[in-house]
Design a protein around this ligand. Structure first.
Ligand code: NAD
Length: 277
């Protein structure tokens, strides 16, 4: 249950905003069936980030324990292959019909684009955008390729250790590998990687210019992305947070799920024109 007076104030702020940034994290896609990493039962409990969230750790696992790596990749890819945008994604798309909305997302799932948001900057890259050494896109994995990949990874995770090693590169070849001397991989940003130049500079610019930032489903613990809401606030923007966690003393913290709170907020801010979610 959202606090009614907080909601009233958030509606007022949103309705009067001209330039809005929606800064989204893993919680934005939780209702689409993609688990967050840090919540109870999240991926980091089963797959520690020091081994699974950097290229060095992943490369070592590919050589030494491909079955374990396949298990991790299946846990990441299978929910994404089945995911559809939720009511929260659709509410942000609707919001963009009434104000200038820039989505700055830490997510790698492509669901804001699938929901039709016109401006989306992926500051942690994308799992479906396969790039070469220079960062140029080679191809985009569609849902059917993702499903195929998830099922091969699932079979691999259950194979014997010896046969898993041999089959690993084959299972992953649409996703990660080398061809004609060039490496290719998803454009995701792991720990230790540089931020993608264009997406990051556009995100910083949008956060410096907005008058309202909606922070949705982010623990704001992954830097430098987590600096962005503070940057917007320092430049004079109002920050509205939507997250089921209890508020941290923030004036406009709406405790609730993205797919429940965002449609109400947008409908209330823009009346009958506000929401088709
Ligand atoms: P996080 O896992 O650290 O935090 C998730 C936040 O979402 C928490 O504050 C949690 O309370 C909140 N949350 C949970 N369910 C919610 C819901 N239904 N509605 C609104 N909020 C909800 O996520 P993070 O801060 O985004 O950082 C983790 C990193 O992992 C990011 O880089 C992110 O890109 C990546 N990641 C991406 C995906 C994805 O692409 N869908 C999924 C998991 C993690």
């Amino acid at each position: 249950m959202i606090d009614a007076s907080l909601l009233d104030r958030a509606v007022e702020v949103l309705a009067s905003a001209r330039r809005i940034v929606a800064f989204t994290g893993a919680g934005m896609s939780a209702e689409s069936g993609i688990p967050t990493f840090r919540d109870a039962g999240g991926l980091w409990q089963r797959f520690p980030p020091d081994q699974f969230a950097n290229w060095k750790g992943l490369t070592r696992l590919a050589e030494r324990d491909p079955r374990h790596l396949a298990e991790f990749l299946e846990a990441v890819v299978a929910p994404l292959a089945a995911a559809e945008p939720n009511a929260g994604h659709r509410a942000l798309t609707e919001l963009a019909r009434h104000a200038e909305v820039t989505v700055v997302t830490q997510n790698v799932d492509g669901l804001h684009q699938a929901a039709g948001s016109p401006i989306v900057w992926e500051v942690h890259g994308s799992l479906v955008d396969i790039v070469d050494d220079d960062g140029d896109t080679l191809f985009v994995l569609d849902r059917s390729r993702l499903r195929h990949l998830a099922s091969r990874l699932g079979r691999l995770a259950r194979q014997s250790r010896a046969s898993a090693s041999g089959a690993f590169a084959l299972a992953l070849r649409r996703f990660y590998g080398r061809k004609g001397g060039r490496a290719y991989r998803p454009s995701i940003v792991l720990f230790g990687d540089a931020m993608p130049e264009l997406a990051w500079s556009e995100a910083v610019d949008a956060c410096g210019r907005c008058d309202c930032l909606l922070q949705v489903g982010s623990s704001t613990t992954v830097y430098p992305a987590a600096f962005l809401p503070a940057q917007a606030r320092a430049a004079g923007a109002a920050v509205i947070t939507i997250d089921p966690r209890p508020g941290d003393g923030d004036a406009l913290w709406l405790s609730g799920k993205a797919g429940e709170v965002l449609p109400v907020l947008v409908r209330r801010a823009f009346g009958d024109r506000g929401n088709s979610a």
